[in-house]
Design a binder for this molecule. Structure first.
Ligand SMILES: NC(=O)c1ccc[n+]([C@@H]2O[C@H](COP(=O)([O-])OP(=O)(O)OC[C@H]3O[C@@H](n4cnc5c(N)ncnc54)[C@H](OP(=O)(O)O)[C@@H]3O)[C@@H](O)[C@H]2O)c1
Length: 240
């Protein structure tokens, strides 16, 4: 890719979002890195010292419509367009195997707000900028845990698995709606990654996964819109 891309990544202050931010900046692209607490974005502020012109750090709590809308208004003042939107922000509240009888439904609501509705809010708010790109792409960071075709459900969790399954369905519906406008929208599972969410036993490191995802996103075409892909850009083994 020779053209400098303009990329927005939600939940960019740590974990996979931070690794994706680094990978795009190191490649020479421009990044809008959003996070819900600017005061907790130490690494992003450090990166800003190096990438003064190419990194814009904005506050956006994807669980709140007004916060995402404010970020989009701010971004529109600085950016001519948006080429790639990565809906990365995510939460995994509660414990796996939580019995229904003691399940706190508030945790499920929290997961739906962030993991399922967050991407809808973000795509909606940034559509005007995406439409200015010649090749707009939206990547919803999903998980095999949200797959209905995975018979194992290794770590059943009403909040996390349910919210990612809904994100997969929202990906399909958005992809269908925006196909005619040539906006490519996919769900992508990163694999099991060593982050606060993935834990220390996870098999993959975030910088490697970020590089693999970046490469796959570079090669996305409209033929792939609506698909659930792995980090290599292949149809996920879990399909949906
Ligand atoms: N790690 C894995 O093994 C794995 C596997 C499959 C899928 N995923 C998915 O990959 C994505 C990144 O996960 P990760 O492993 O990097 O997790 P992580 O280390 O826990 O980081 C999550 C990020 O999301 C942000 N976030 C949470 N709620 C937010 C909100 N309402 N608004 C804005 N930002 C919010 C967090 O910000 P704060 O610092 O403010 O909390 C943090 O930056 C998630 O969507 C996750 O479901 C991860």
């Amino acid at each position: 890719m020779s053209k400098q891309l303009i990329v927005l990544i939600t939940g960019a202050n740590r974990g996979l979002g931070l690794a994706l931010t680094r990978a795009y900046l190191e490649r020479g692209d421009r990044v809008v890195a959003t996070c819900r607490h600017l005061a907790k974005a130490t690494e992003l502020h450090q990166l800003k010292q190096t990438y003064r012109d190419d990194l814009l750090v904005l506050r956006a709590d994807v669980g709140l419509g007004r916060s995402v809308a404010a970020a989009a208004e701010d971004a529109a003042l600085h950016l001519p367009r948006l080429d790639v939107l990565i809906n990365n922000a995510g939460v995994a509240p509660g414990k796996p195997e939580q019995p229904l009888e003691t399940l706190e439904l508030a945790l499920v609501r929290d997961a739906l707000q962030t993991n399922s509705l967050g991407p809808l809010r973000t795509v909606r708010a940034f559509l005007p900028l995406l439409r200015k790109s010649q090749q707009p792409r939206v990547v919803n960071v999903s998980s095999g845990a949200g797959s209905l075709s995975n018979p194992a459900i290794e770590t059943p969790n009403y909040a996390y698995c349910g919210s990612k399954a809904l994100l997969n369905m929202f990906t399909r519906i958005m992809a269908r709606e925006f196909r005619a406008q040539s906006v490519c929208i996919v769900a992508m599972t990163p694999g099991w990654v060593r982050t606060d969410m993935g834990g220390t036993d996870a098999e993959l490191d975030a910088p490697t996964v970020a590089g693999e995802m970046l490469d796959s996103i570079d090669h996305l075409t409209m033929e792939q819109t609506s698909l659930f892909l792995d980090r290599y850009g292949k149809i996920s083994e879990y399909a949906w």
